[in-house]
Write a protein that binds this ligand. Structure first.
Ligand SMILES: [Zn+2]
Length: 1039
């Protein structure tokens, strides 16, 4: 075997030149490499000498490998300095969120719930209180998508004008009828708007129908000082820091009190329903062909199934925008407060009935680009002068058409060959890149996957290591490959570790794998090059042999301490040495407390919650993680992290490299082999098989007048323009915010081009181009009409989750609330037809924005409560940061399906119901899913035949809630239910954890957190409460 080592690049703490571009290379070739330290060869460590012997020993015996002079690091599996660690000895227990059987959970007492009764809430809830207000409200609806049942309760027919696209734009109005009285406020509506000392004030306004604006404003003034309105809310505008608004920062936790007489129950259908919006869009656009041939058209919702034809603009599977019509000027944009953003998912999966991307190759010439702004040839280029020149749609520069690309124009000035060339007629396509686009002008090598397994006591004991090794034996046959290739070009390598690292030589010519130990984890190096990264097919027998041996090799380990940063470093160094990009798959269980760079301590501190220091919990605790992430990105090293914690592991620190390198974080709390293996293995299989772009860099180009200013995602930015991703897979999305720097032009619109340069799974350098054109308008109504709420929520979530690194959570929540009110107030002021002051008017495209904003505001990331584990919050924060629009939609508004009403004869999935306790029934069974977790909730009177069909037990009492899956039974209920589960799980990035919840049993509390329209057990406002508060703020803003 090879005796050569290599000299690595400078230590990760040093900055590297050329990061971000492709001028930096993978380092020098390794032919004359030295065996030595990771680091400067001239450092205090003795300079490495070529040919220093490195011992290689067969399995089972001690390996002695190390940098000179020591060279004698002994590997001994039983040589633990720390003794065995048992879970019972762990000082900090992992707290959740927790399986129902976990008795250590600190839920609020069950009896605290203010609405225990099914199926109806009691009249003492805040919902009912507010309901009294809204109950008598008039709801006027204009435009499409409005349920015709929305009639006034006071006997006036609602103005229902039917579908109408011209101004006044579609909008929904919620209004108080004439003479209605606002009841006194609840003493405590989540701590918000609570002004119990104020007497109830009779409503003086409320003239239905159009009235003159001025009286409205006066009436609004009266309104806003009415009961329940916070008198101090005067500080609006960008500086929210000084706002006295108390919502929703104050979480009372206790039940709201009803001070008035018992009143009528709210008809929940009187407030905008997200389900209605989803179903309406499905009904009007589902199953149809959506052609992207028109600039600025709003696509079907993410929840609507349709077939997309690319006809010049990128499919909404790749790009969605907060609005498809930008305001003309920066002043107008500031007035509207609508964030101008696009969510790009460059490698999104397209269904088989849609066309995959065409690949364009211009040979050695490479892609055609604008001389000035470097935009790539696309449908936005305008050919002139008989086809000899073209004007760039982005910067207006006039360029010569290269001779080989010349084509005549037809009578309307279009190239006659435009439909034969993807780059002239499609929104999305790929270019084969030339050597100019490669590092060091050298063609890239196929990427590599390195499996790095924590073999400390916990992972061995839990059976995880054996499970993983067994799975890899078959999984490695499924590495991704190009369709035309017979086998995958991806190389594989293996490392195990606890306090030290073990590298394995699995060269095909070996009879047995060989292990090399690196115990100098302070300055990690890679002890072998040849034989570490191999083609699985070539080295199959050696690799299988290794995977058979690993669990046995460490079976008796007592080592409980682990390292972490040196593991990533080692993987990155191995990729660097092999001059290829790749992914590390790290399987890790505990806080890395062993003495090594990146060592962590348990710094979780509940006392920091709701203080200015809470933000530190989301920042890495030591500074070695960020430079490591930067080095990984610079070397195309993506880090996938599979965590198996049973206590705090500091995800804010450990997950950082994963986040910055475009990797995925998976977490399995209190991993139990039987219960959690299927989910873990499903995640692992899916991740390994995913289509991924490696060593990627994205550039966003825009037409004149605006530019990309902020970027959110699993990305790394070394400068303000290059979005670097060590890898980007089909589920990762980047959210890009745009700002004006000049006036836009209504004729030319707002054009955006996303260009992603990457290395394919076969090692080809490619450019993936996505283009989209948006409209521009001087009319605010056009801007509001073209909004997409799901995209707005994606933007607000990512932006809020980023803001918590620097601002107190309370302020972030207030900003969300304020922002919502500002947008809606702007609409009301500028776009809505004159109406009674008491009306809450919502633009049709933002009808359910307040609902989603409330869900975001009370998500566990933004709510500091001792019951919610810090790691869980950091985990959700990280996941959401890279989510696409469909994933955030489901995450913030879970799908709740009445499975007791499954139509056994049809393939259809039952329509979802609103996420509220009111929708549950004692005789029903409901499935709730949010993309991470799935509950099957069973009412106490669920029909026995359904119980028998799903569980194969005779009655409700016999159902075990311990099960993490349902048996496969040969009956129509079971088969239908399983097909629904499969459908819900399909196309989701994570295998959802499955839990069974029985009505009126303790674990129901966990389930109820996901009923997002209700008041949360942690004090988050109900939808109705939030809506009322938004209304009040709007009134004040208009005042
Ligand atoms: Zn240009």
């Amino acid at each position: 075997m090879s005796q050569q080592g290599y000299v690595a690049a400078p230590p990760y703490s040093q900055s590297q030149t050329g990061i971000g571009g492709f001028s930096s290379g993978f380092g020098p070739p390794n032919s004359s490499l030295h065996y030595g330290h990771y680091g400067d060869p001239n450092s205090s460590c003795s300079a490495p000498e070529p040919g220093v012997p490195k011992s290689t020993v067969p399995f089972g015996s001690s390996a002695s490998v190390g940098p000179p002079p020591p060279g004698t690091h002994q590997f001994s599996q039983t040589n633990s300095q720390n003794g065995p660690s048992t879970p019972e000895q762990q000082p900090h227990r992992f707290q959740g969120p927790p399986p129902p059987c976990n008795s250590r959970l600190s839920y609020p007492p069950y009896s605290h719930r203010s609405q225990p009764a099914y199926p109806n809430t009691t009249s003492t809830s805040s919902t009912t209180q507010l309901a009294n207000k809204l109950d008598s409200m008039q709801i006027n609806s204009y435009g499409p998508g409005t349920a015709p049942s929305l009639l006034t309760s006071s006997g006036h027919p609602a103005s229902f004008q039917g579908p109408q696209l011209s101004p006044p734009p579609a909008q929904q109005q919620v209004a108080l009828p004439p003479g209605s009285q606002v009841p006194p406020p609840a003493n405590n509506l989540n701590g918000l708007c609570a002004q119990p000392s104020l007497p109830p004030i009779a409503r003086q306004d409320g003239i239905p129908g159009p009235v003159s604006p001025n009286p409205n404003l006066q009436q609004l003034s009266a309104h806003s000082s009415g009961p329940g309105y916070h008198p101090q809310q005067s500080n609006y505008g960008p500086q929210m820091a000084g706002s006295q608004l108390s919502y929703p920062g104050a979480f009372s936790g206790g039940p709201a009190q009803l001070s008035g007489p018992q009143q009528k129950k709210l008809d929940p259908d009187s407030i905008p329903s997200p389900i209605q919006v989803i179903e309406n869009d499905k009904a009007s656009r589902g199953g149809q062909i959506y052609a992207t041939n028109t600039r600025g058209q709003v696509p079907p919702l993410v929840t609507t199934d349709c077939i997309i034809h690319d006809q010049g603009h990128a499919s909404p599977r790749y790009i969605r925008c907060t609005t498809y019509c930008f305001p003309l000027s920066s002043d107008m944009a500031k007035q509207a407060r609508i964030p101008l953003a696009a969510v790009i998912q460059p490698f999104a999966v397209v269904p088989p009935n849609e066309t995959p991307l065409y690949v364009v190759s211009h040979g050695e010439t490479g892609p055609i680009r604008c001389n000035r702004c470097k935009a790539y040839m696309c449908p936005f280029m305008q050919f002139i002068e008989g086809g000899r020149r073209y004007q760039c749609g982005f910067c207006n520069c006039v360029n010569d058409v290269p001779p080989f690309f010349f084509q005549h124009l037809d009578h309307v000035g279009q190239r006659v060959d435009r439909y034969e060339r993807p780059e002239l007629s499609l929104g999305s396509y790929e270019y084969v890149a030339t050597l100019d686009y490669c590092r060091n002008n050298k063609p890239p090598k196929p990427p590599a996957y390195i499996f790095m397994i924590d073999v400390s006591y916990r992972n061995i004991k839990s059976g995880l290591v054996k499970l993983l090794c067994d799975e890899l034996k078959t999984l490695l046959d499924k590495l991704p490959r190009e369709e035309q290739e017979e086998s995958s070009a991806i190389q594989v390598g293996f490392v195990t570790y606890n306090k030290v690292l073990h590298f394995f030589n699995v060269k095909s010519s070996l009879a047995q794998p060989q292990m090399m130990v690196v115990s100098d984890v302070g300055e990690v190096f890679v002890p072998l090059l040849d034989g570490f990264l191999v083609n699985f097919q070539d080295s199959r027998s050696v690799v299988i042999n290794l995977l058979d041996q690993i669990p046995e090799m460490f079976a008796d380990t007592n080592e409980s301490e682990t390292i972490f940063v040196p593991v990533i470093q080692a993987g990155m160094e191995a990729l660097k040495a092999a001059e290829c990009a790749g992914k590390l798959f790290i399987f890790h269980s505990s806080l890395p407390t062993a003495e090594a760079p990146g060592k962590l301590r348990n710094r979780d501190d509940k006392k920091l919650l709701n203080t200015d220091k809470e933000k530190t919990l989301f920042q890495p605790q030591v500074n070695s993680y960020e430079p490591l992430a930067r080095d990984c990105v610079a070397n195309g090293c993506c880090v996938n992290l599979f965590l198996f914690p049973n206590q705090y592991v500091d995800i804010a620190s450990m997950g950082l490299v994963t986040l910055y390198t475009g990797g995925t974080l998976y977490k399995y709390n209190n991993f139990q082999l039987d219960a959690d293996s299927p989910r873990f293995l499903s995640d692992l299989r899916k991740d390994i098989e995913k289509k991924t772009g490696f060593d990627a860099i994205m550039r966003v180009r825009t037409s004149t007048g605006f530019r990309a200013t902020d970027f959110f995602g699993a990305i790394y930015m070394n400068n303000t323009t290059d979005v670097e991703m060590a890898a980007v897979d089909c589920d990762k999305a980047v959210t890009v915010e745009f700002k004006h720097d000049d006036k836009l032009n209504e004729d030319s619109g707002a054009l955006i081009q996303f260009a992603v340069l990457y290395t394919s799974i076969s090692g080809q350098r490619r450019l993936r181009i996505h283009n989209i054109g948006l409209n521009c308008s001087s009319q605010l109504a056009d801007v509001f009409k073209s909004c997409e709420t799901d995209v707005l929520i994606n933007f607000f979530a990512k932006s809020a989750f980023k803001a918590i690194l620097s601002q107190p959570l309370k302020m972030v929540r207030e900003m969300l609330m304020n922002h919502t009110a500002h947008m809606l107030a702007c609409y009301r002021k500028n776009c809505a037809s004159p109406s009674a002051v008491s009306q809450l008017i919502l633009p049709d495209a933002m009808k359910v924005l307040p609902m989603y904003m409330n869900c975001l505001s009370k998500s566990c990331v933004l709510v500091g409560r001792p019951e919610i584990p810090t790691d869980e919050r950091a985990y959700h924060r990280q996941l959401v940061t890279s989510m696409g629009v469909a994933d955030t939609q489901l995450f913030f508004y879970p799908q709740l399906l009445p499975v007791h009403s499954l139509d056994l004869k049809s393939d259809a999935i039952p329509a979802a119901v609103r996420c509220s306790e009111e929708r549950l029934s004692e005789g029903g069974a409901f499935l709730l899913a949010n993309g991470l977790i799935m509950f099957l909730w069973l009412g106490v009177n669920v029909p026995p035949e359904l119980i028998q069909g799903l569980f194969n037990v005779p009655s409700f009492a016999h159902i075990s809630t311990e099960a993490t899956s349902l048996p496969d039974l040969d009956n129509p209920y079971s088969k239908k239910f399983k097909s629904v589960l499969k459908h819900i799980q399909s196309q989701k990035p994570y295998a959802m954890k499955f839990m069974i919840v029985k009505q009126r049993e303790q674990p129901e509390m966990l389930f109820r957190q996901f009923l997002v329209e209700d008041k949360s057990i942690y004090g988050g406002a109900s939808y109705v409460d939030f809506l009322c508060c938004v209304h009040k703020e709007i009134c004040q803003l208009l005042n």
